[in-house]
Design a protein around this ligand. Structure first.
Ligand SMILES: [Ca+2]
Ligand SMILES: [Ca+2]
Length: 182
């Protein structure tokens, strides 16, 4: 009798292990992992980032004169950039204003970099933002050299590390170095 029980238990163990073996073979063993920023059954659906972080603003093109007149008497403009949420009107919420770079001349191939001490966090990346270029004269009388509106995030544009902000009809071009937080 003892012998019989022992054999039955042994048989039970063997069949259980056989069962679990065949069950492992019939099921997928690894879940599908999409690249960062994507989900969906085929990993092509973009995830809207919770924020976009700007580490550098590059100014690539701007008007060297104000309709033919110099921006400053006897020298080139002292350029700075300002960025905010909104359409560029007075209601725009300013997120960042740079220091200025003195006597800057745009020759179409050069550029001027503005690197914020603290990266600029865009907490509403799907909303309209505005970026302007100014000529620093004094805190009370800076001159507006030009501005553009843009949407930092495009739900079908992927996640470029450089966002270009320009408009072919005016000589103004910015390139933002960015990263995405999900
Ligand atoms: Ca001026
Ligand atoms: Ca100047």
């Amino acid at each position: 009798m003892k012998k019989f029980i022992f054999k039955s238990v042994l048989l039970l163990i063997v069949s259980t292990s056989l069962l679990s073996c065949s069950s492992d073979d019939s099921e997928p063993t690894e879940p599908l992992v999409c690249p960062t920023g994507y989900n969906g059954i085929d990993c092509t659906t973009q995830i809207t980032p919770t924020r976009i972080v700007i580490s550098k603003i590059r100014v690539k093109l701007f008007p060297n004169t104000n309709g033919g007149n110099n921006w400053d008497i006897g020298s080139a403009p002292d350029i700075f950039v300002r960025l905010g949420i909104g359409d560029g009107s007075a209601s725009t919420v300013v997120l960042f204003t740079s220091d200025y770079i003195a006597d800057a001349v745009s020759d179409g191939t050069n550029f001027f970099d503005f690197t914020p001490n603290t990266p600029i966090e865009l907490l509403f990346p799907t909303q309209q933002h505005a970026i302007i270029l100014g000529d620093y004269d004094s805190t009370s009388s800076n001159e507006f050299m030009g501005g553009l509106v843009f949407n930092p995030y495009n739900s079908t544009g992927g996640f470029p590390t450089t966002i270009t902000v320009n408009n072919s009809s005016i000589p103004l071009r910015f390139e933002l170095t960015v990263s995405y937080v999900f």
